[in-house]
Design a protein around this ligand. Structure first.
Ligand code: SF4
Ligand code: SF4
Length: 279
């Protein structure tokens, strides 16, 4: 069993509590306008457009996709910018054991492993096997997910997952569709399900004023979650939109001001949520 890996970050302090190794899986099932890593959205189609654009010869025409020579890469990201399919020639297929070998090098210095993406739930069996190995080594296991795929259909994966950091991009179906191209019925059901099994670690929302009414959406989300999350320590992460890494056509949105973000935090506090981070 192999998954397409975009990259492995040995140390991350923003992908869950403590120092963690973060594994980014390639491919996503939705298309957020504010995506900061648009090159993680699709698998390489092997069109070859990026090969002659590489200034160092790190890419060579291969069979069904370019061959990538990491030692020659200078990280200029020309290949990513030029790719017409939202992909990267630098991804590689790895087994859970191979990824765990990379993770295990950091074991004395990390609290756990986080899988992100792309959308990690597109690779549920891979994640289950990686988490099983990680837990045997005493590491905590977290997923960072857009929540559009039903967690309740994967009990084996849930068993080895300590928590999920779940995006609730907007409460209203139409708003979620405007942001991602997809509805959010499963996202909201996942929030309740994960809360019931005490595996909802964090709720994340990116604030983009041009795409939805963040105040209204937060009020509705708080109302929806208040009962099921009462007394549970779920972190609320309010993330200000920033244009870094965003595709050119979506880079014109305004960065929300601090007053709006504080106002959203206050709405969560009024609903009984106190573990709030604005970033
Ligand atoms: S980032 Fe891409 S284009 Fe730049 S050197 Fe590496 S492989 Fe070549
Ligand atoms: S990474 Fe993109 S440009 Fe390069 S071969 Fe794959 S699909 Fe084509």
């Amino acid at each position: 069993m192999k998954a397409e890996i975009n990259r492995i970050l040995p140390f991350s302090s923003v992908d869950g509590p403590g120092n963690r190794t973060a594994v980014f899986l390639q491919g996503c099932n939705i298309d957020c306008k504010y995506c900061h890593n648009p090159e993680t959205r699709h698998l390489c189609r092997g069109c070859g457009v990026c090969v002659p654009a590489c200034p160092t010869g790190a890419l060579k025409a291969g069979g069904d996709r370019p061959e990538y020579e990491e030692s020659l890469c200078v990280g200029c990201d020309t290949c990513i910018r030029i790719c017409p399919y939202g992909s990267s020639p630098k991804t590689r297929q790895m087994t859970p054991e191979e990824v765990f070998r990379v993770v295990s090098r950091q074991i004395p210095f990390i609290r756990g492993v986080t899988v992100s993406g792309g959308e990690c739930m597109l690779w549920p069996e891979f994640v289950r096997q990686l988490f099983e190995l990680s837990k045997k080594a005493g590491l905590s296991t977290l997923m960072d997910s857009n929540g559009t795929l039903p967690f309740w259909e994967y009990p084996g994966l849930m068993e080895v997952t300590d928590g999920v950091m779940l995006d609730i991009k907007a409460y209203a179906e139409a708003d979620h569709r405007a942001i991602t191209g997809f509805g959010n019925e499963t996202v909201l059901e996942n929030a309740r399900y994960l809360s019931e099994i005490s595996k909802l670690t964090e709720i994340r929302t990116v604030v983009v004023q041009e795409l939805y009414d963040a105040v209204k959406s937060t009020e509705q989300t708080v109302d929806f979650l208040q009962e099921s999350l009462q007394g549970k320590d779920v972190r609320i992460k309010i993330i200000a939109y920033r244009p870094m890494g965003v595709r050119k056509e979506y880079s014109h949105y305004r960065v929300p001001d601090r007053a709006l973000l504080e106002c959203l935090a206050e709405l969560w506090r009024r609903g009984g949520f106190y573990n709030i981070v604005i970033t």
